[in-house]
Design a protein around this ligand. Sequence first.
Ligand code: HEM
Length: 505
Amino acid sequence: MFAHLSTTVFLAIIVSLWTTLYFYFRRNFNYWKDRKVPYLPPMLLFGNAFEVFTFRRNIGEMARKIYESTTKPFIGFFICDEPYLLIRDPELVKSVLVKDFALFSNRSVSDNKEVDPMGSHLLFILKTPDWRDMRRKISPVFSSAKLKVMYDLIHEAGVEMINYLDQKVEQNPVVEIRDITGKYTTEAITSTSFGINSNCFKNEDAEFRKVSQRVLNWSIWERAISTSCYFVAPNLVKWFKLKFVDTASADFLRNAFWKTMIEREKTKFVRNDLLDILIEIKNQEDIDDPYKLEGDKLVAQATQFFLAGFETTSSAICFTLYELARHPEIQDKVRKEVQATLKKHGKITYNALKEMEYLEMCVKEALRKYPVLSFLDRRCSSDYQIPGTDVVLKKGTAVFISGWGLHYDSNYYPNPEVYDPMRFTEENMKTRPEYTFLAFGSGPRNCIGARFAYASLKSSLAAIISRYEIEFCEKTKDPLIIDPKGFLLAPISDLYLKFKKYDKM
Ligand code: HEM
């Protein structure tokens, strides 16, 4: 009898636990209905992000799919039990990113100060008021004048890349290019931000390359899960003490940073890199400044260059080369421009790059088709009435913008599948509404490294294109498949292209 009773009690506990959880996870599911906002019906536990949690789609693809599910100016959806709003209308995008920025200055991405002190000081993750202060201090690093001086270091990394590519092509004209662009951006970024030659091209086991391969490597499940949760599951970040930068990588970067910093302060050696600028900022700071740049706050600034710069820029180079290989006529046209500019300047310089306008259009069009960070996220810091409507978003509501969705919207980009750099002539850009090209975001919280990215992208592409004709080969995967894990767009597999020396000048 007791056995029978205990089974009944057990079943009753399970049923009441399930019922409690069921109602708990559904408690917000009327959020959009109550506000009369169109929304996607959510699934218990996952909301509308089931495919993200099961690694069938990355976060950017999810946002694009939601964008394409409607023609309305905005649509509600859920990640787990949390309501999110995806906005589609470029005017509304402008309101959130620019006009009403004071209410949307934070990303929705989590921070986890207790377990990830360095990661939570990254500009990308910081919240106001700390973010505002850090952005103000760091912005001069990315000025055109500073970048022009830093450019020599980017150029040196490009020379190393070309020497390495020459050797590879001599052995076999079919080359896996993602590894080479990854080495190039790691080399350029460690040189400019950590003041170190990472030797990626000379040493296949270079420490910095190993860290760059680990830190944002989505085939390492633990990394894919941790970083994705930062965007879609803030509670899991806290509960499971997940880190944006894993401990081993953070320790390695911290040691590398302090070793060079201490040496630099001792020897007063000047290299015109980020470290010099950080020392300058640090020395000018007020002793009572509550946001003083010290300890992990300093390390995070160099780490940020590294994290935000190497994978994004490397993938953007690959996407551009892929499209140029597919379109020989566009490749010829851009090569002519690069060669004419090189004839005028003698070599690739910062000023020469500025004159390569068609090359920049090719890069922009590649970033339109493959915006490496393909969605933007913000969280409102007080109740917000959506302009021109009665809808009031509750303080703390997260807002997503799908750059990728806007880039593939045929209202703004007819035949969006077609790679056509002419979309980015000044004239053609004027025919589109503002805020329909968001590869680097927009407003006060846009990509601080955009100038740096264009310089390293154009520099490497000009060096490759002026030397080689690039073609598809049997090993080229066409179409490119995007990795369904993580939060950045990258091809899922290696990218093989055929390189033929170009000898006509
Ligand atoms: C092709 C290369 C790159 C692309 C496509 C890219 C794209 C983006 C995008 C879309 C954002 C979000 C902007 C927003 O929310 O409005 C962002 C933020 C950011 N990017 Fe980049 N980025 C690239 C390269 C770089 C580089 C090279 C650096 C540094 C050297 C960098 C540093 C940052 C930082 C620090 C933020 C956060 C800014 C803040 O919150 O204040 N990025 N990037």
